[in-house]
Design a protein around this ligand. Sequence first.
Ligand code: TRP
Ligand code: SF4
Length: 368
Amino acid sequence: MIDPWGSSNVDYEKLVQQFGIKPFKDLLNDLTDPHLLMRRGIIFGQRDYGRIVKAIRDKEDFAVITGMMPSGKMHIGHKMVVDQIIWYEKHGADIYIPIADMESYSARGVDFEASRELAINEYITNYIALGLDFKKSNINVYLQSKNLLVNDLAYVLSKKVTFNEMKAIYGFNGSTNMAHMQAPLIQVADILHPQLEEFGGPKPTVVPVGPDQDPHIRLTRDIANRFKNQLNFIAPSSTYHRFITGLTGGKMSSSQPKTAIFLSDSIEEAENKVKTAKTGGRESLKEQQEKGGDPINCVIYEMLLYHLMESDEKLQEILEDCKSGNIMCGECKAHTADLMKKFFEEFSSKRKKGAKNAEKVLDGAKVC
Ligand code: TRP
Ligand code: SF4
């Protein structure tokens, strides 16, 4: 069982084998312009993505839905989702971004006021700074608790879901509070509501998420089929990305500040954190010159792979140089820290601008 609220590590291979997630690379060649995260295998899995490939190719209507639970500060790993949203927007998708304050309330004990603050000062501010243009009318962001339509739909859909099923999927039991039990159904409604008549009716949709969210995807796809006759839903597609490794080699987690580069870090903080990251370097310089480094288990290499190195050729060069012992970690780290510094120099100033507009975006006012 995968627990979307737990902290266990996910075994990517097993997911593909046991739960029927298909490899993303099967469809890679069908896209004319795959995103960097797709090309590099960071987006590793999918369900029914052929539908989305077709929608992009034939310029049909389609929607992207992906949300985040406001439970803490955003870190650099969260940037991945925003990068994907921007790519889809460029390919003609309508974008829906729920901010899961109901989930945060029920599963993490964060009150609604605190969630709203985080939504404004963290999430929407960062979304704007990372390049999401909320002036476009096809980008919608909302707090779950303020979206009556989503809440009504969740209620309607819950008619065809039983407690036994929720127990089997999420391990809920007699002590689980009722708000928590409803949270997945709110998410199901987040994902299906863009197919209601109000939003143009049934259409292909895709949910780009981490693999921990797959239980919600499976539930959503089942429910979509159960309501096929009444609401004519098309079962949503999904993609799954690997999580970025934390600075110390384990999971990158907002609740463990030593593991994370936060998007709200100062330029210096971000730069210095890169310098503390765990590398795939050897014990001694001599050993590294002889054996080469281990870039696949190197946080520095991951930073380049996920975020800092646009050019596939240059990345490949670093990989080769590392493996053959031609570059040493000191030099490689300094170079990466410098790229991080440059990213944060630009990003920090965009963040200031983003902060000014974030509240207006959330309240649906026009941003000029
Ligand atoms: N459960 C997601 C999380 O923990 C947040 C979320 C809410 C979501 N609604 C969604 C994700 C719809 C994808 C689609 O971050
Ligand atoms: Fe990582 Fe660079 Fe060291 Fe290789 S040389 S292990 S990529 S820091």
